[in-house]
Design a protein. Structure first.
Length: 133
């Protein structure tokens, strides 16, 4: 009977996580939008954020190339890519969304070669935008 209970709880937990990932993406996009607004105010950076239900991208105004992009890849991951200006290259990775209290979930941001770090949405947006500018 314990195995059935564990399987049932695992399914319920996965359903909860599935509901949290799009919400986590929205919270992350809101944090990115706030950070971009701050950069535009302080440095006249000329950046804009474009968002759909499953993606969020930062572009220079009037340009098509993506400087920072995040998108849903599966039930518990958010894929990201960002332009590293000093190296003139694109770097990408995956943030894992863990079930958490409430609907927002928690973001585990890669911190290679160390284990991933649990970070706030504001910290995740800072880590995504910092190498670009």
């Amino acid at each position: 009977m314990a195995n059935l209970d564990q399987a049932g709880n695992g399914h319920a937990q996965q359903e909860g996580l599935t509901a949290q990932v799009p919400t986590a993406l929205n919270y992350l996009c809101e944090a990115i939008q706030a950070a971009v607004a701050d950069l535009n105010t302080r440095f006249n950076a000329g950046l804009e954020v474009r968002q759909t239900q499953t993606t969020c991208e930062v572009h220079e105004v009037g340009k098509t190339s993506t400087l920072v992009g995040v998108d849903l890849t599966n039930q518990s991951d958010i894929q990201y890519s960002h332009f590293i200006k000093r190296d003139n290259e694109i770097q990408s990775g995956t943030m894992h969304v863990c079930a958490g209290e409430g609907r927002e979930g928690r973001i585990m941001f890669p911190d290679l070669p160390r284990s991933p770090l649990q970070v706030s949405y504001q910290e995740a947006s800072r880590r995504l935008l910092s190498p670009t500018f």
